[in-house]
Design a protein around this ligand. Structure first.
Ligand SMILES: [Zn+2]
Ligand SMILES: [Zn+2]
Length: 348
């Protein structure tokens, strides 16, 4: 295969337009009445939105190569490794756990609803642990490294993260009765929505999506999730339905008065892919080396990022609780000073 053929295939693969080209070549559109045919039409939507986003940014002179560079480099690296391990992991978990399924489900609207709630729970478990267990954060932090939000952030993942996520999600779903065909349908919807919620402010400025935001996890919610502001850290772990964030009290709305600052709290070199990819692993290794005793060393691996053997923890939970209690104090002070106002006085 020559270089042009390889590039052509990469281009077709990235934009997901292979199916459409096939249809046009054969002049046979009958497959559009099938699910596979419809998928062929849906696949290119996200890459197309990404293209529009970049073109708009260029036209409005807002395009900065740094906004895309890191995610793009990680995408290229993952393209060849992650996909194959992930497919194998899903297949393995299905084979292993199908016999333990508590019951069997079909593809009907009510089982789809059931399956989605279960999938969303499994996604919550994977994502929550990815933020709360230091070794798993090492895999997930690559996705949080970019300091801008755009559709390319979809592709910024450590290559072992997808297999880890798929093992957790597939195992939970299969055991709780979600049949493989239903699981694949859900994965498809989840993949599309999961990409869409990374849409940048260049395309959709206000990502709240009106009343839909009451039960859906919107781009606005996910922007909050990618923020390093103390109020926003470690919130909104869901992907399409925001139910489990509400159940487990990790739900957080975007506040118009608090501008989102994207990225992680550690200072990171946006031009250095190695820092985004391995930076957290290096930090963890340094902590393990300097920790006294085997118990402390092991605790660094499983405790949340920011945990310290000295007791001076700097976890996201502490930062958020500190921020909220500070806010509480300010409100009480305001109320206190309002109580002391005499009739006729005003305050603004
Ligand atoms: Zn995350
Ligand atoms: Zn994300």
């Amino acid at each position: 295969m020559n270089i042009f053929e390889t590039l052509y295939n990469e281009f077709i693969g990235f934009f997901g337009i292979g199916g459409i080209i096939e249809m046009v070549k054969k002049n046979d559109y009958s497959s559009l009445t099938t699910w596979a045919g419809i998928q062929n039409l849906i696949y290119p939507i996200i890459p197309l939105l990404l293209l529009i986003e970049v073109v708009r940014a260029i036209v409005y002179k807002r395009f900065k190569i740094e906004d895309y560079k890191l995610s793009f480099m990680v995408f290229v690296l993952n393209r060849f490794i992650s996909r194959f391990i992930s497919i194998a992991a899903v297949g393995f978990c299905i084979g292993l756990f199908e016999q333990w399924a508590i019951f069997k489900t079909d593809i009907t609207w009510y089982w789809l609803l059931y399956g989605y709630v279960i999938w969303e729970f499994a996604h919550f478990v994977y994502h929550f642990l990815a933020h709360k267990v230091r070794i798993l954060w090492c895999l997930h932090s690559t996705h949080h490294a970019p300091q801008q939000m755009n559709l390319f952030v979809n592709f910024a993942h450590f290559f072992l993260e997808a297999p880890y996520a798929d093992v957790i999600r597939t195992s939970i779903c299969i055991i709780l009765g979600v049949s493989p065909p239903l699981l694949f349908l859900i994965m498809f919807i989840d993949g599309l929505w999961g990409s869409f919620i990374h849409v940048g402010e260049n395309i959709i400025k206000n990502g709240r999506l009106g009343f839909l935001g009451k039960f859906l996890l919107t781009p606005s919610h996910h922007r909050v999730h990618h923020a390093r502001n103390p109020l926003y850290m470690d919130t909104n772990f869901c992907n399409l339905l925001n139910i489990w964030d509400k159940v487990f009290k990790t739900y957080q709305d975007e506040k118009s008065e608090i501008k989102i600052e994207y990225g992680i709290t550690r200072k990171i070199n946006q031009n250095n892919i190695l820092d985004a990819y391995f930076g957290e692993i290096v930090c963890l290794w340094k902590d393990i080396v300097k920790a006294p005793g085997i118990k402390n060393k092991l605790l660094y691996i499983i405790m949340p990022p920011g945990w310290s053997h000295t007791g001076h923890h700097q976890t996201a939970k502490i930062a958020r609780t500190g921020y909220l209690s500070e806010q509480d104090k300010n409100v009480k002070n305001d109320e206190g000073s309002a109580d002391q106002l005499q009739p006729g006085q005003s305050f603004s």
